[in-house]
Write a protein that binds this ligand. Structure first.
Ligand code: ADP
Ligand code: MG
Length: 590
């Protein structure tokens, strides 16, 4: 209880200081604080989009412009109430963000930032060249904002509205990140492959954060227009878009407080430099841009994650609270009757250019069966796993899962049907806790969306998901590691985390790619016992493994691969006696 108080103390203090600030400082300082708040709102969107989601946008200023121009135009030319104009602005921004997102978010690597630059510039010139938007002169005479009967005329009056919005947006963003949808968003940065294999709709997650970031920017623009009561295109240029990104990077791209810190620092620094540099250099000009550039280079060299993590480091580290995982049990899939044919691979071939990695492979797995797939390195085992799970589909041939042809479906669709997998090269999110990593596996078993998350109306479901994750962690022998960062565990244990994550999906068929590699003897024993238990519960297991003792003691049947082809198939003792296998796999050792 006492610890919980201490945990919230800094935030409580901050809010008190924030509330009292306008009473204690000059009007000029309050104006500055207003602008910090407006920038923080845009930077917050970038924390979500760039810091957490890994999608870089230089074009946020254009969305600020959309919000500002919509209200400026509607309220001056048509006498629309600013609040109605806000709704219109949000709708327009929603529409534009969805359209731009659907086009640009498909772009990968540096094409995405380039795309954002392109539309950032386009919208800017649009504002400047449309006559009824006032061209480069802009629109003046924007009405005062009326807040429940109070006219917000002065920066002081505006201050409370701005900061209420900023604090609300920060809270909603933090809530969102700490949820099922939030985990899916945080998984984007590690590449979409794993997330899709866990049933996450990654294009949707990208669109969601892109749209939220745009809407935050739009609200900032709307506030700006009514604070300034005048708009022209200049503040919505690409240069300003870069500055917003700069704020997020300086503050700390992966934390909501980083947005605040970055916006504060850059706004104050800019003000200060604009005052002092011309005096120092004896001539006027935008010299602060040079200083910002140098600062950016230093930051990227010295503190990639921004300043916020450094400040956090000064704070006495509190021990990670052991979250309570008391939620109702999740509904489970109806398990298939023992002996049901789960997986049937028919003549599956996979070519990488001229290389035939899988050549007309056939195999099947039934429920309540452990099938081992063995063969020397490069035989094509992982390739076949990727083909079966839809991560990298077959070039020809068919894959049937529970009687349905699934070779044309994506990984997400196949995962939904009850197939789950681990990866040979572990794909965890190293900075996230073991609990959160495993909870990603249970993603498909939750229904509540990002709006529920932002307003915390999904807590019961979230508790159930975490409860399920904790159960699977315990089951895989990792109890006590729930709050450890996944990347801090030894590789063998990370493989167990992957198994727990796959199990959290409640699969009928489990695909394990070298699960015992890096495990110690006792850990292997525990894993074998777990797999036997799963088999007894009716799960089908397809397993790639190099440890022959492990495989032979566990598998019901074995398929041996070499050069992409099936060399032999049978019960372990049959395969071990097969001369072709001995020749190929054991190098002819009798
Ligand atoms: P195994 O898992 O049995 O060790 P893999 O399935 O990983 O073997 O690889 C089979 C062959 O396919 C290897 O020769 C490998 O180099 C090749 N291969 C695997 N993935 C790709 C890829 N994405 N592009 C090109 N070649 C690949
Ligand atoms: Mg492999």
């Amino acid at each position: 209880m006492k610890r919980a108080y201490l945990r919230h103390l800094p935030v409580a203090l901050f809010i008190v200081v924030l509330a009292l600030a306008p009473l204690c400082v000059s009007e000029f300082s309050v104006t500055l604080l207003d602008y910090i708040g407006l920038s923080a709102l845009v930077a917050l969107g970038l924390v979500l989009l760039t810091g957490v989601g890994g999608l870089t946008s230089f074009g946020q200023a254009a969305f600020v412009g959309l919000g500002a121009y919509t209200t400026a135009y509607l309220s001056t030319a048509h006498g629309v109430s600013p609040w109605l104009a806000l709704c219109a602005g949000l709708l327009i921004t929603l529409f534009v963000a969805l359209a731009l997102g659907l086009i640009t978010l498909r772009l990968s690597g540096h094409f995405l930032p380039l795309g954002t630059i392109a539309w950032g510039i386009s919208l800017y010139f649009l504002f400047g060249n449309i006559e009824w938007l006032g061209g480069h002169t802009g629109i003046s005479g924007i009405p005062v904002l009326d807040f429940f009967g109070i006219e917000l005329k002065s920066p002081q009056q505006f201050y409370y509205l701005i900061w209420m919005v900023v604090m609300g947006a920060m809270l909603a963003t933090r809530n969102l990140l700490d949820s099922r949808e939030g985990r899916a968003i945080r998984a984007l940065k590690g590449g979409t492959l794993m997330a899709e294999a866990m049933g996450v709709n990654t294009p949707r997650s990208k669109i969601v954060i892109f749209t939220i970031a745009a809407l935050f920017a739009c609200i900032s623009g709307w506030l700006y227009a009514h604070l300034q009561r005048f708009v022209n295109p200049t503040p919505f240029s690409l240069a300003q878009g870069i500055e917003y990104l700069f704020m997020a990077v300086i503050g700390g791209v992966a934390n909501v407080w980083g947005a605040l810190l970055g916006a504060g620092l850059i706004t104050l620094l800019k003000q200060w430099l604009q005052d002092w540099l011309p005096q120092l250099l004896g001539q006027s000009g935008n010299f602060e841009v040079i200083v910002f550039g140098v600062l950016m280079i230093v930051m990227l060299q010295r503190a990639r994650d921004g300043l916020w993590p450094i400040i956090l480091g000064w704070w006495p580290q509190r021990p990670a609270s052991r979250a309570t995982f008391a939620g109702a049990a999740l509904a489970r899939r109806q398990p298939p009757v023992a002996g049901t044919l789960l997986l049937e691979v028919k003549d599956a071939s996979k070519r990488f250019g001229g290389l035939v990695a899988n050549n007309r492979m056939n195999l099947c797995v039934s429920s309540g069966e452990v099938m081992a797939l063995i063969g020397p390195n490069g035989a094509g085992k992982s390739t076949l796993f990727n083909a079966i799970s839809g991560v990298d589909p077959v070039s020809s041939g068919e894959v049937h899962f529970l009687g349905e042809a699934v070779q044309a479906l994506g990984a997400r669709e196949i995962a939904r049907r009850g197939m789950s997998r681990t990866f040979q090269h572990v794909r965890l999110l190293p900075t996230m806790s073991v609990l959160e990593n495993v909870a990603i596996g249970a993603h498909m078993r939750g229904r509540k969306n990002f709006l529920h998350a932002a307003f915390r109306t999904e807590r019961a479901e979230e508790a159930s998901l975490l409860h399920e994750a904790a159960l699977q962690i315990e089951r895989c022998g990792l109890g006590g590691h729930e709050n450890d960062a996944a990347g801090s565990l030894p590789l063998g244990k990370q493989r167990l985390v992957e198994i727990a994550r796959a199990l959290a999906a409640d699969p009928s068929l489990l695909l394990l790619d070298e699960p015992a590699a890096g495990l110690r003897y006792l850990e292997k024993q525990t894993l074998a016992a777990l797999l036997r238990r799963l088999r007894a519960e009716g799960m089908g297991i397809l397993l790639v493994e190099h440890d022959m003792d492990f495989v032979m003691g566990l598998a019901d049947r074995v398929v041996v691969m070499e050069f992409g082809e099936k060399l032999a198939e049978g019960r372990p003792e049959e395969v071990q006696r097969n001369p072709a296998v001995l020749e190929a796999y054991l190098g002819g050792v009798a």
